[in-house]
Every structure is written in structure tokens, then in C-alpha cells.
Design a protein around this ligand. Structure first.
Ligand SMILES: *Cc1c(COP(=O)(O)O)cnc(C)c1O
Length: 398
């Protein structure tokens, strides 16, 4: 049944409408310059995003490309990279594109981060790196993973594609060893097309990624290594330069909306709401609630004209793309990730969600929850709350 949509999931284009004069000016500037690749806008953006992240920045064609360029660490065929099983499939695809094998692990029962015990158990002689994801803009618990990586001589490559501006124990996400960002239009900092960046403090690595993004060549027609072609073009760089100064204010609005949602919706015993872990200053790229039998709640909310989305309905290891994954053949399962995929529901959120829309969503969720049993059920064998989520009855939000 089709319903009239009163509150759509925030669409692209809001950032453009807010900054139209600046962005139009930036695009005209590039058009007139006649320089469309590897020019002043790219250099300017790299310097500005590097400063924002307290690190060096190499911008590339997409977030997936940024992750795939972990090849610069020498990771490739025959190697394994430990990744979360509860993530967007891009994390896995990038590892595969580099020629390595993604090895999934579940999150901790009470958080969004990879379970350190499972990470440790997944390490084999082939393992080269651990790839935590700062899912929904909430920083993963990095310190235990860094300790494991150090013990086993592994690299830590962070998938920060959803976490521009977040902080972990006060440290800016992006100040780590190798951190990948996406500028896909819907991200907290989004281009008007594809874009991505590798942020690193390792100058030799940055240099190697610059080589790999440009056909393996520093000098025209002198190709030192087999490489790809993945550049952030001048138009996208100029758009990102116009938007970057607004990101702190947009993130603050995301946080405010998420905290207000959790304050009111956290009182509903039928759902679990997201909350910041003690180590985290999240930037809430998405606002995701949990509910067993999520589809019934979703139908009811949508009947009230509130659009919802599911991030992500199928964990990577359950997709046809990984149907023949040897991890699965060997019996590796990710029950908690599968449960998250079945229970997650994203509500409209973001910096451009107005107060009327916010109130409409709250009313719709409240009405939809009436008559549904509590979550998790009292006899639920798995009492832990998934996903950086507090027990539904908790009033503590931060
Ligand atoms: C967006 C995203 C990617 C891929 O980024 P693209 O720019 O779309 O290639 C990878 N991992 C995660 C977690 C993402 O959210």
C-alpha cells in the first residue's frame, strides 16, 4: 500500500540549497580555469581536509577506492583483513578489490565495534590488517584493536566513511595511521558526485597512494608500478571546499537531533535507541533504532507518512557477492550481525531535518509502538543491547 509521505528520509541537495551561492561560484571558478584534474582545488581541499583531520590527506575517486588503496601497505592476494560483519558492503568490497580476503567478525553485544576477542580469534598467519568501521558516525573502540594489532604486527586501517569530524577519546577520527573517508553525496561531508580520501600521518604511504591514484606515474609516461586511476576531480574538490567549513555546524545539528530522539524515544520499552559510548563523540551519520520484528514497526511508521530506511538489510557475508566465501564454507557465522540486519531501522535525521518533521517522526514512532511487546523480550536469551544502544528502559542518554 502506498502512503502519502509527510516526512521523507532527508534527500540530497539540502547542503547545496543552503550554500548555493558559494557552490555555484566554486563550480564557475573551475569551469573557467580550464583545469579539471589535479589542480589548485584538489591541492586546496587536501590541505584543508588534512588540517581538519590533524593529518596528511590524499583525495581519490571514491570511498571504496580510498579503502582499496590499502594496497599501498603491500596488502594483496593471499592476505586477509579482519573486518566487521555488520557494515556497509563497501568495506568488504574494497578489501576484495585489493585482492585480499575480508574475514568478518561480529560486534560486541553492547556496541557497534568489532568484538576484540573475535578479532583476535580470526587472526591467522595470513592476516595483515584490521579494518574497524566507525559505523553510523559512532567511533569504534580503537584502543583494544590497536593493542591487538600491535601484538600481532598488523596494520589498522580505519573505515571512517561515515564519521567525518567524530572523536575517539578526544582524538579526531582521521588522526590515526591510515583512515579512509567517502564524500558520497549523502555522507556528513558529501560531494556532488563521487569522492574519497586517504588520511594518514605516514608521509611515505601518502606518497605511494599519490603514485597509485595516478597510473603509477609521477612523471608523464614514466610508470613505476601497476596502478589505477582514481582522482578527486576539480569540481568535486571545489564543492567540498565550499562545504567543509559548514561540517562542524552540520554535525552539531546531527548530534542534537539524535540526542533529542534518544531522550524521547528511549522511554519506549518496545525499541532500543542509539547512545554514545563513553569513549565516543559521534557525528551520527544515521540514526538507527532496533526492534525485533522490525518490519511490523516499520509498516506502522510508514503508514503515518514517515519514510524509513534499513542500513543494512543483508550483511555482506549473506550477499551473493560472498556466496562462495571460504569463511562461510568453513562454518564461520556472524549471528549478531545477522540479528542487527534484521532489527535495524533508520529514522529520518540529519542537519536539515526541521522541528516539524522531528515532531512528526516522534509521534509516528510512539503511535507505532503501541501494543507491541517490549524489546528485548524478558525471556530473550540474548539480553545484551545491540549496537551502541542502551537498554530501552534506561533514561541515560550520554
Ligand atoms: C559509503 C561507504 C563506503 C564506500 O564509499 P563510496 O564513496 O560510496 O565508495 C564504504 N564503507 C562504508 C562504511 C560506507 O558508509
Amino acid at each position: 500500500m502506498e502512503h502519502k509521505v509527510n516526512v521523507p528520509f532527508p534527500r540530497r541537495g539540502c547542503g547545496y540549497r543552503e550554500l548555493r551561492a558559494d557552490i555555484d561560484g566554486a563550480l564557475r571558478r573551475v569551469s573557467a580555469s580550464g583545469r579539471y584534474l589535479l589542480g589548485a582545488e584538489l591541492a586546496g581541499f587536501e590541505a584543508e581536509f588534512a588540517a581538519y583531520c590533524d593529518n596528511d590527506c590524499v583525495a581519490v575517486g571514491s570511498g571504496c577506492d580510498a579503502l582499496e588503496l590499502v594496497r599501498a601497505l603491500g596488502i594483496g592476494p593471499g592476505d586477509e583483513v579482519v573486518v566487521p560483519a555488520h557494515t556497509f558492503i563497501g568495506t568488504w568490497l574494497a578489501v576484495s578489490a585489493a585482492g585480499a580476503r575480508p574475514v568478518g567478525v561480529d560486534p560486541t553485544p553492547d556496541g557497534l565495534s568489532m568484538d576484540p576477542a573475535q578479532v583476535e580469534a580470526a587472526i591467522t598467519p595470513r592476516t595483515r590488517a584490521v579494518m574497524p568501521v566507525h559505523l553510523y558516525g559512532h567511533p569504534a573502540d580503537l584502543d583494544p584493536l590497536l593493542a591487538i594489532a600491535e601484538r600481532h604486527g598488523l596494520a589498522v586501517v580505519e573505515d571512517a566513511e561515515q564519521a567525518h569530524g567524530a572523536r575517539y577519546r578526544g582524538r579526531r577520527i582521521g588522526s590515526g595511521h591510515v583512515v579512509a573517508f567517502s564524500f558520497y553525496p549523502g555522507k556528513n561531508l558529501g560531494a556532488m558526485g563521487d569522492g574519497g580520501a586517504v588520511v594518514t600521518g605516514d608521509a611515505a604511504l601518502a606518497d605511494r597512494i599519490r603514485l597509485l591514484r595516478k597510473c603509477g606515474s609521477r612523471e608523464k609516461y614514466r610508470h613505476e608500478v601497476q596502478a589505477t586511476n582514481s582522482r578527486l576531480d576539480e569540481f568535486q574538490a571545489a564543492v567540498l571546499r565550499a562545504k567543509l567549513p559548514r561540517v562542524p555546524a552540520w554535525n552539531a545539528l546531527r548530534v542534537r537531533t539524535a540526542e533529542r530522539y534518544s531522550q524521547v524515544l528511549g522511554a519506549l520499552p518496545q525499541i532500543a535507541v542509539p547512545a554514545a559510548a563513553p569513549w565516543a563523540d559521534p557525528v551520527w551519520h544515521l540514526y538507527v533504532i532496533l526492534r525485533a520484528n522490525r518490519d511490523e514497526l516499520r509498516r506502522r511508521i510508514e503508514r503515518a507518512g514517515v519514510e524509513t530506511l534499513i542500513h543494512y538489510p543483508v550483511p555482506p557475508h549473506r550477499t551473493p557477492a560472498y556466496a562462495d566465501d571460504s569463511g562461510r564454507r568453513s562454518g564461520r557465522t556472524h549471528p549478531l550481525s545477522e540479528r542487527r540486519a534484521a532489527e535495524s531501522l533508520s529514522l529520518p535525521s540529519g542537519p536539515h531535518l526541521g522541528d516539524d518533521a522531528f515532531q512528526t517522526v516522534v509521534a509516528a514512532v510512539r503511535a507505532a509502538a503501541v501494543g507491541l511487546p517490549a524489546y528485548p523480550a524478558p525471556d530473550d536469551t540474548e539480553r545484551a543491547t545491540p549496537g551502541g544502544h542502551r537498554l530501552p528502559l534506561s533514561t541515560e542518554i550520554r
